[in-house]
Design a protein around this ligand. Structure first.
Ligand SMILES: *[C@@H]1O[C@H](CO)[C@@H](O)[C@H](O)[C@H]1NC(C)=O
Ligand SMILES: *[C@@H]1O[C@H](CO)[C@@H](O)[C@H](O)[C@H]1NC(C)=O
Length: 409
């Protein structure tokens, strides 16, 4: 038994730890990720690409057998964050989309899978139907190398014999770091089986001590730049300022099956979206909000709809009058400044816009609020806030960065 005084000390200690979160940073592994806008063939319809994904994020149905019948969202293949991953021994390098909105890891869309002595064919047919594409093939296990020399043995990967949606690009497949349950239904003969993700295996093989993935994106005005960072097993304190605030994964379906949260949104001091559920997603470019919230945002900003880009367009005087767009998450408020609400003007031509025009990055999700999936905080949000995806504690964290208020666009 504890003497009362020391028990009290323990309680105080526990309280002070809870009050000022201590980031335990055990053996985190930090890897560079590159953002790429593939615009080699002239202007791209970024909104259309993005919307196919957003639609799929809202359509996540499970059959009675537990298998997924809805489509898994493929990421927007023209504007993505890519990671170089080695597979096999000796390793072949594949460029994979970093995707928090799906959980299968697979290769073979462009660079063919090269079998080596570490490749094991499980014989299991695997297929994932995406919002704007698909892959099907065979599930293998193989050694994966991340960064320099960090390996995962017997990682389950899909080897595509056919894929659609990513063809014609230099993307080889996906690194799915969403919740493991999203892999259910992808093995054709085992519809209730989940496939451990890279994060799961890094943890079970003792390489990382927490099932945590953290992401640092930075705003960019360039087409291709390596300015992102993925950390497995902890956080990188050099990439954020202040402390990380966490909120639980939402219980509202279907956002609950992704990295989903509750949030409300205000424009200036006016609430445009009451507290509701949605998704945080690295595979979506813009920010999507329910149609009623979007209408309020459009009318408050005075923006007009631009047919060429599909985005909201504002004049320079409307830009000067723009207020912060505030995301209320847990007890915190994450503010997108006026500059963070516009698309980088140096990239206007690539999305079919005119050079000095100001396009807003807030888009209509296409359904009224109350759908269980009323927003997608895409990477235009994540480029302003550091994000932490914590599986063990079913929570997501955000922190400000030196880019939160930066004038970059
Ligand atoms: C960009 O996309 C085009 C057409 O989809 C493709 O031919 C080209 O290889 C891609 N470029 C890169 C760098 O991925
Ligand atoms: C999120 O919002 C829903 C609907 O209001 C509520 O039931 C739930 O308790 C909230 N919190 C979480 C963590 O889901």
């Amino acid at each position: 038994m504890f003497p009362a005084a020391s028990l009290l000390t323990i309680i105080f200690l526990a309280l002070s730890i809870a009050g000022s979160p201590v980031e335990i940073d055990n053996s985190p592994i930090t890897l560079p990720i590159a953002r790429r806008l593939n615009v080699s063939d002239g202007p791209i319809n970024l909104l259309q690409q993005d919307k196919a994904r957003v639609t799929a994020l809202k359509d996540n149905s499970f059959s009675t057998q537990g298998g997924r019948t809805g489509s898994t969202p493929v990421t927007n293949a023209v504007a993505t964050y890519l990671i170089a991953v080695g597979i096999g021994s000796p390793a072949t390098t594949y460029n994979l989309i970093v995707d928090t909105g799906s959980s299968n890891t697979w290769v073979g869309a462009k660079t063919k899978y090269v079998k080596t002595s570490t490749s094991v064919d499980t014989g299991e047919p695997v297929a994932v139907g995406y919002g704007s594409g698909s892959f099907s093939g065979t599930e293998y296990t193989d050694t994966i190398t991340l960064g320099t020399g960090l390996t995962i043995t017997a990682q389950s990967i899909g080897v595509a014999s056919t894929s659609t949606g990513l063809t014609g690009t230099s993307i080889d497949g996906l690194l799915g770091i969403g919740p493991v349950d999203l892999t259910k239904g992808s093995l054709k003969n085992k519809p209730t089986t989940t496939i451990p993700t890279v994060t799961d295996n890094l943890y079970s093989q003792g390489t990382i001590s927490q099932k945590v993935v953290s992401i640092s994106f930075e705003p960019t005005t360039e087409k291709t730049v390596t300015n992102g960072e993925l950390t497995f097993g902890g956080t990188d304190a050099t990439k954020y300022t202040g402390s990380i605030a966490y909120i639980p994964i939402t219980t509202t379906y279907p956002s609950s099956t992704y990295w989903g949260i509750n949030q409300s949104i205000s424009y200036g001091s006016t609430t445009i979206l009451a507290s509701t559920a949605g998704v945080v997603d690295t595979g979506t470019t813009y920010i999507y909000i329910a149609s009623d919230a979007y209408a309020k945002y459009q009318s408050a900003t005075g923006a007009t709809h631009d047919a060429a880009t599909g985005l909201l367009l504002i004049s320079s005087s409307q830009y000067k009058a723009l207020k912060n767009l505030n995301f209320h998450i847990g007890t915190e408020t994450y503010a997108l400044t006026p500059n963070a609400q516009i698309w980088p003007r140096s990239l206007n031509a690539y999305i079919g816009g005119s050079s000095n025009a100001m396009y807003l990055i807030v888009c209509d999700i296409g359904t009224p609020s109350g759908s269980g999936s009323d927003f997608v905080n895409g990477y235009t949000f994540l480029e302003r806030f550091y994000s932490v995806f914590d599986t063990a504690n079913s929570r997501i964290g955000f922190a400000e960065t030196s880019y939160t208020d930066a004038t970059t666009n």
